[in-house]
Write a protein that binds this ligand. Structure first.
Ligand code: 2P0
Length: 329
């Protein structure tokens, strides 16, 4: 497992100099996919079956500081993390891919989003870790290369290297060299995302196991890659023309289609809770009354609303617990 990843890292770092500093630090935003990543074609290089498209969440994300040390240590929001904890294990396993930088690391992570609440903290976490490593090692890598390194930690992390709208290209090559993320389009300042946090409990099946189970057992998954390709094209065009209803419809349909593939897996994956279903109905009700609001959902029970600034007060009135995010600041 480690060999193919080590070779990949070597290829990415070819030509990059090493100019170590005392410490490296960086921030990376969380992101929400408007057209989702669901399914891997290669688990070792973390290559996806389909491309995905996301929007980064501005100043919501992860700040990481890293330095070389005599022994490994990891902290999260100021509290030391047990090295047997899954978060520390994943972080330190990832850093083992970079022996040219060092053997032991002190990693300090600050998250301003709830960990594992379906708000993709692994995305901003691995993106910030790669950006901090790039700072520590003085590699001066470009965004494309950084996104490929972040991808090895977590697929969605490849998108969190960038601000704004981002596409992660699935690529075709077996060696992973054409599977990277890149930003596109200008800012859309009126764009708003509303988070309805219905549960911050850890989910019973993580995304990684959930997508593998879906690919292996869901009959409906067969139609997913083609749908994802169509939705990405629709959403890209809608972003360029700032056609919000077209974007919203495609994003909502994409998320619910992904959940249909999950539910048709065996054993079934049902991330939605009764409150999630209630909120889906509520979105449909207010939209029927003329309010331009759409939803998206990741591998968890929480609902994310998509709307424009002009409708913010009406959306907030219809969904009282809403946390509103301005992705473009
Ligand atoms: C996404 N999700 O596009 C989709 C939608 C969840 C549902 O990316 O195995 O944590 O680390 O590559 O990136 C979550 O999956 O999975 C995810 P790994 P990751 O945002």
């Amino acid at each position: 497992m480690i060999d193919i990843q080590t070779q990949f890292v070597k290829n990415v770092l070819e030509g990059a100099g090493l100019s170590l500093k005392d410490s490296g630090s960086a921030f990376a935003p969380s992101n929400i996919a408007l057209s989702k990543y669901w399914g891997k074609r290669d688990p070792e290089l973390n290559l996806p079956i389909n491309s995905s498209l996301s929007i980064s969440l501005g100043n919501l994300g992860t700040k990481t500081k890293i330095r070389l040390a005599d022994a490994d240590s990891v902290s999260l929001n100021g509290t030391p993390v047990d090295l047997n904890d899954g978060f520390a294990i994943r972080t330190l396993e990832f850093l083992k891919l970079f022996p040219m930088v060092g053997t032991h690391f002190e990693v300090r992570t600050e998250n301003n989003i709830p960990t594992a609440a379906g708000l993709a903290s692994s995305a901003s976490g691995f993106a910030a870790l790669v950006l901090a490593l790039n700072d520590l090692a003085g590699w001066e890598l470009g965004g494309r290369m950084l996104s490929m390194l972040a991808r090895l930690g977590s697929g969605s992390a490849s998108r969190s290297i960038f601000e704004g709208f981002v596409q992660w290209h699935a690529g075709n090559c077996d060696d992973g060299s054409d599977s990277f993320a890149e930003p596109f389009s200008k800012p859309w300042n009126e764009f708003r995302i509303g988070i309805l946090e219905l549960s911050n409990a850890r989910k019973p099946v993580g995304s990684r196991d959930g997508m593998n189970r879906t690919v292996q057992t869901s009959e409906l998954y067969k139609s997913w890659p083609a749908q994802a390709n169509r939705d990405i094209e629709t959403i890209r065009t809608a972003i360029h023309t700032q056609d919000f209803p077209t974007l919203g419809k495609a994003a909502e349909n994409n998320a619910l289609a992904m959940h249909a593939t999950m539910m048709s897996a065996w054993p079934p994956l049902l991330y939605l809770q009764p409150e999630s279903i209630e909120m889906i109905h509520q979105v449909q009700r207010v939209r029927a009354e003329g309010l331009e609001v759409y939803l998206t959902i990741d591998a968890g029970p929480n609902i994310k609303l998509l709307f424009l600034e002009e409708n913010e007060s009406q959306v907030a009135a219809a969904f009282p617990r809403l946390q509103v995010i301005q992705p473009f600041g």
